[in-house]
Design a binder for this molecule. Structure first.
Ligand code: ADP
Ligand code: MG
Length: 613
């Protein structure tokens, strides 16, 4: 529709306010305009954090020559017709405010050519006054150049931060739109240097390495909700539990292509990691929510960064479930039921070292006789098919915990740590010197002895840590440990932190650390090897936070000290281990987020044995 001035009554209904308070806000508005104009390529150039110059060039449909002045008038828009239009907005802009606001506090040069016209227009406006208007040649599209933003508004200028901060804000804006629109080629330069560039392949996967870095992108997994599960569609990428962040800022949520801030939806993402991340740690995620425009009110906030949903619960649930499902599937636990299917049973207690039989058994099933309702053993009806990934994990109860967490979140309570919900188990034996076999009210449990012990030790150390007293044990003879120079340096850098975790270390000549005491758990450990590993944990990641390092060190200690696979356990040892595990807050995953156990329900056994028809 042509650009027109909105009627008074409609203006009154628009949640207007100050839209341009810093360069990044101007960039946001101009990039939104380029996207709304259907551009497939958007270039943003900045000088001095945007205060000297901002230039946004697009190859969109351009502005008709006779509407250019109008575009710079308050409440002039081509995107909203009437009241009714407010209920299903598909464009990013709709208030007709941005260009007028920007042009009133800077010098703007607009060069634009509409696709259907043969010549373009140049319009130059200085702090609200039109200076020049010319016909000019250019390919279809628009270039908006904003110079000396706020130069004549000292009050505003005063609130701008350093160039570096303003640059960072602009980077944030471009990053968000690059994620939201993978089909658009974005390029951002600051003072001539390219800081972001995307290909416009149309795939979010291709954008992630540019916005998050290749190493992070590698550890993001895709998720999506079931098609046809209502009108809310959710997809995106989320971090594996091995990757986390110390706040929620890396949870990015988009609703119908619009970046939004919504603490509740961010909480849905966090909830999907319940028991998989330590408290105080947050995932990294890019979440795309799509739903019919009439189900979301984008007119709730002046910067359009907050939206209101007609049915917030369904959006919350869709995000939480989609991410949870992907995480559980990605943790790819072994597939317990397949070893328990009838044909494989003899292999169950297989001597170590012997190859397992091929998983796809070559017994030819007889052709189905048609309409026979009694499942035969070899038919493996769908319901009794071996469970894979997520499904197997549903059985382990994680999904139940997750649902519980959602219910808690929904009812507004803080998600208190859930009770372990491990029933009392009876030990049956040990399998392959690695798994404890146990029986409980719900069937068979296979417990990974190493992972389970890691969990037990970790919660014990966390508890000690919280009390400010990790139990430390002095060595009878202090032990000098020579280390590679970078390791020695890292350890020396972190002596106070390590001290809080029970290590009493001292630098001792060049590249040697004198060990006086270690966490009690570790007295038996191979200390030189342990210190080398610890140095590795101190190093990973750039400038990790104290908290990060602490939890890594604790996890490392537990991993080293947990009983290994391959060790024969006496019945009493297994009983003690399982009792300790039952007492854990998160008994079902190890500190690294991997499962500690698998469960096979009685109902499932009955199906496998063909007892249920
Ligand atoms: P809004 O985006 O809310 O409509 P703006 O003040 O941002 O308000 O823009 C006013 C109008 O100018 C838009 O409705 C659009 O018709 C036109 N316009 C602005 N920027 C562009 C662009 N880059 N390409 C094409 N048209 C544009
Ligand atoms: Mg706009």
């Amino acid at each position: 529709m042509p650009i027109h001035i909105l009627p008074e009554n409609l203006v009154a209904r628009i949640a207007a306010g100050e839209v341009v308070e810093r360069p990044a806000a101007a960039v946001k508005e101009l990039v939104e305009n380029a996207i709304d104009a259907g551009a497939s390529e958007i270039r943003v150039e900045c000088a001095e954090g945007g205060r000297k110059l901002l230039r946004i060039t697009d190859n969109g449909r351009g502005i008709p020559s006779d509407e250019v002045e109008l575009a710079f008038t308050h409440h002039a828009t081509s995107k909203l017709a009437d009241d009714e239009g407010l209920n299903h907005i598909l464009t990013l802009g709709f208030r007709g405010e941005a260009l007028a606001s920007i042009a009133s506090v800077s010098t703007v040069t607009c060069v634009t050519r509409h696709v259907d016209e043969t010549a373009g227009t140049l319009l130059r406006i200085d702090n609200g006054r039109i200076l020049t208007r010319e016909r000019i040649g250019r390919p279809p599209g628009t270039t908006m150049t904003v110079e000396n933003l706020f130069a004549r508004v000292p009050a505003r200028l005063k609130f701008l931060k350093s160039n570096q901060t303003e640059r960072g804000q602009i980077d944030g804006v471009l990053t968000r739109y690059a994620l939201a629109y993978p089909g658009i080629r974005f390029a951002l330069t600051h003072d001539g240097r390219v800081t972001l560039q995307t290909q416009g392949s149309g795939l979010l996967r291709d954008v992630l390495p540019h916005t998050h870095g290749a190493d992070v992108a590698e550890r993001l997994i895709p998720f999506t909700n079931e098609p046809g599960a209502g009108t809310v569609q959710v997809e995106g990428y989320a971090s594996l539990p091995t990757l986390d962040h110390n706040n929620r800022s890396k949870i990015q949520i988009f609703v119908n292509g619009r970046p939004v801030q919504d603490t509740r939806l961010a909480y849905a993402v966090v909830q999907a990691y319940h028991t998989l991340l330590m408290t105080g740690r947050y995932p990294i995620a890019v979440v795309m929510v799509r739903l019919p425009p009439e189900d979301v009110d984008v007119n709730a906030h002046p910067t359009k960064a907050e939206v209101r949903f007609r049915d917030p619960d369904s959006v919350f649930g869709a995000i939480q479930r989609a991410i949870r499902k992907a995480l559980l599937a990605a943790m790819t636990p072994p597939e317990p039921p397949s070893v328990l299917s009838a044909v494989d049973l003899p292999g169950l207690v297989r001597p170590a070292g012997e190859a397992s039989p091929a998983s796809d058994e070559t017994i030819e099933p007889p052709r189905a006789t048609g309409g026979d309702p009694v499942p035969r053993l070899w038919e493996r009806p769908a319901a009794a098919a071996p469970l894979r990934g997520a499904e197997a994990w549903e059985r382990v109860g994680i999904s139940r915990q997750a649902q519980e967490a959602v219910r808690q979140a929904e009812s507004g309570r803080d998600a208190a740590p859930l009770p372990g919900a491990l029933p009392a188990l009876r030990i049956l034996g040990q399998l392959a010197n690695a798994y404890v076999i146990a029986e409980g009210p719900e069937g068979l449990y296979l417990i990974d002895q190493h992972a389970a012990h890691e969990r037990v030790l970790f919660e014990r150390m966390l508890a000690q840590r919280e009390l400010g007293a990790v139990v430390s044990q002095s060595l009878l003879d202090p032990l000098p440990v020579p280390l590679p120079s970078d390791s020695a340096w890292l350890i020396e850098e972190n002596l106070p932190l390590l001290h809080d975790l029970g290590f009493d270390l001292e630098s001792f000549g060049t590249n040697t650390v004198l060990v006086r005491a270690v966490p009690a758990l570790m007295v038996q450990d191979d200390l030189p090897a342990a210190l080398r590993e610890l140095a590795g944990d101190l190093e990973r990641g750039d400038a990790p936070l104290q908290r990060d390092i602490e939890s890594r060190v604790l996890r490392r200690v537990c991993k080293r000290m947990a009983i290994k696979a391959g060790r024969v356990l006496a019945l009493s040892e297994m009983q003690a281990l399982v009792r300790d595990l039952e007492a854990c807050e998160s008994p079902r995953t190890c500190p690294h987020g991997r499962p500690t156990m698998l469960q096979l329900g009685l109902g499932q056994l009955e199906k496998q044995f063909g007892r249920m028809g």
